[in-house]
Design a protein around this ligand. Structure first.
Ligand code: FES
Ligand code: FE2
Length: 439
């Protein structure tokens, strides 16, 4: 259980909040590259409670600047795309991609007022389908060499979805290994051959047993959590009746991402990014160690469940997430269909916009959630004291750039010696990879 003050500290993200200051020390997913491809490459972005506009200028470069014109506040999403930036349609002030005003065509001839006018602006970098922004002070940190960044673009598919809740409860479902045995339980197993692009539908690491069966039959995982240089490693052990164990390795990447296995071929690296205190996006990078990702199939599967342009899920609280009591009796644990994203969405949205953590009762399976909250609180404290180097992934640049992986895998083998199982399975997968997938 937490105090209200602690809960506020962790969940409030606007400029000037301590929690928001911590998140601003890291690169944040701001948009999918896809959003800039279809139609006009100018999109509104609301990130950490700030309203911004992301655009690709006529020179092909990206800019991320404040949405409201510094003159009298008109919406620059309607700006004219000219030269190296955007021109406000109201009085023609022109801003380059760094936010600097470079022209005020209605002001008197020779006026140099524009030199002192600057829109808010943040650095952006595009990586394998996601545009990342840095909204903090000073130089942005380098990117770690995570698999999702190290893999070639052909092996990574990026997508996002809107959830109507605070980012932290959205993240916490991803570091809660026990819920998969319940929330995502299927009362009947699908053919794993039909599993492409879906989570928990493949065969459990190197066996013929569908993951769904394993999760259903062994609902009490032993969960171990280790501190790492990127955050936390979660090892979930499901001890089976035949002397073997299932080992599932997942990760928390500080402060707001997870990395988990999706299938024997793919992992998911997923950020839970605050739009504001009460809304967030999940941004996923599906990374294949095998064949190039079938992006059009992956996109088609997900576009059936989402609408554009805001990537809001079609199933949501306004239609009871498609809840069907008959289905809940015979097919799924939730009665909300086969898409496990909807299950997670219901779980985290149904807590309320910001979960009231003063009334929760954490159990043994919540060990990673507790550790992660402690890490967040410690980092917020270090940042307030000005000790940036004490923050995870904000130390020496070379140390950050050396962070790889992280290993995210399912494996099954003899319970005695399980410690060696997952590194072996990971090495074998990397050895067979078509790109240089080292750790
Ligand atoms: S409000 Fe934008 S130029 Fe006047
Ligand atoms: Fe889940």
């Amino acid at each position: 259980m937490m105090s209200q003050a602690q809960n506020d500290l962790l969940t409030r993200v606007g400029r000037g909040t301590d929690g928001g200051a911590l998140l601003r020390m890291y690169w944040q997913p701001a948009a999918l590259s896809d959003e800039l491809v279809s139609g006009r490459p100018v999109v509104p972005v609301r990130l950490l409670g700030e309203d911004l506009v992301l655009f690709r200028d006529n020179e092909g470069e990206l800019g991320l600047i404040g949405r409201h014109c510094p003159h009298r506040g008109a919406d620059l999403c309607y700006g004219r795309r000219e030269d190296n930036g955007l021109r406000c349609p109201f009085h023609g002030w022109h801003f380059d991609r760094t936010g600097q005003c470079v022209e005020q065509p209605g002001e008197p001839e020779g006026s140099r007022m524009y030199e002192n006018i600057r829109a808010v602006s943040y650095p952006v970098v595009e990586k394998n389908g996601i545009v990342f922004a840095y909204m903090g002070p000073g130089e942005p940190p380098p990117f770690p060499a995570l698999d999702c960044f190290a893999a070639p673009d052909s092996h990574v598919f990026a997508f996002k979805g809107l959830w109507e809740c605070n980012w932290l409860q959205a993240l916490e479902v991803g570091i809660d290994p026990a819920h998969a045995s319940f929330l995502h339980r299927f009362l009947q197993d699908e053919d794993p051959a039909q599993s492409y692009g879906k989570q928990f539908r493949d065969k459990a690491g190197g066996t013929d047993m569908p993951m769904t069966q394993l999760l259903r039959e062994y609902p009490r995982p032993e969960i171990r959590v280790e501190d790492t240089d990127y955050g936390l490693r979660l090892i979930s052990l499901r001890h089976m009746d035949d002397g073997r164990s299932h080992v599932r390795v997942t990760n928390q990447i500080f402060p707001e991402a997870i990395c988990i296995p999706m299938s024997n071929e793919m992992t998911i690296t997923q950020w839970h990014v605050p739009v504001d205190d009460e809304t967030c996006y999940w941004y996923s990078m599906f990374t294949s160690f095998g064949k190039p990702v079938d992006k059009s199939l992956m996109r088609e599967q997900r576009m059936k469940e989402h609408r554009l342009p805001d990537y809001a899920p079609l199933k949501n609280k306004r239609n009871n997430y498609g809840y069907n009591p008959g289905e809940q009796e015979s097919l799924t644990y939730t009665g909300m269909g086969l898409d496990i994203n909807v299950h997670d969405q219901w779980a985290v949205e149904s807590m309320g916009r910001i979960q009231d953590r003063t009334h929760e009762h954490l159990g043994r399976t919540d060990v990673a959630i507790m550790k992660h909250r402690r890490k967040l609180l410690a980092a917020i404290k270090s940042l307030k004291e000005g000790d940036v180097a004490a923050l995870p992934m904000r130390g020496h640049a070379s140390d950050v750039e050396a962070i790889r992986g992280p290993v995210s895998i399912d494996a099954i083998g003899e319970t005695a010696g399980w410690e060696a199982l997952w590194p072996q399975a990971d090495r074998a997968r990397r050895a067979g990879s078509s790109w240089a997938a080292g750790v």
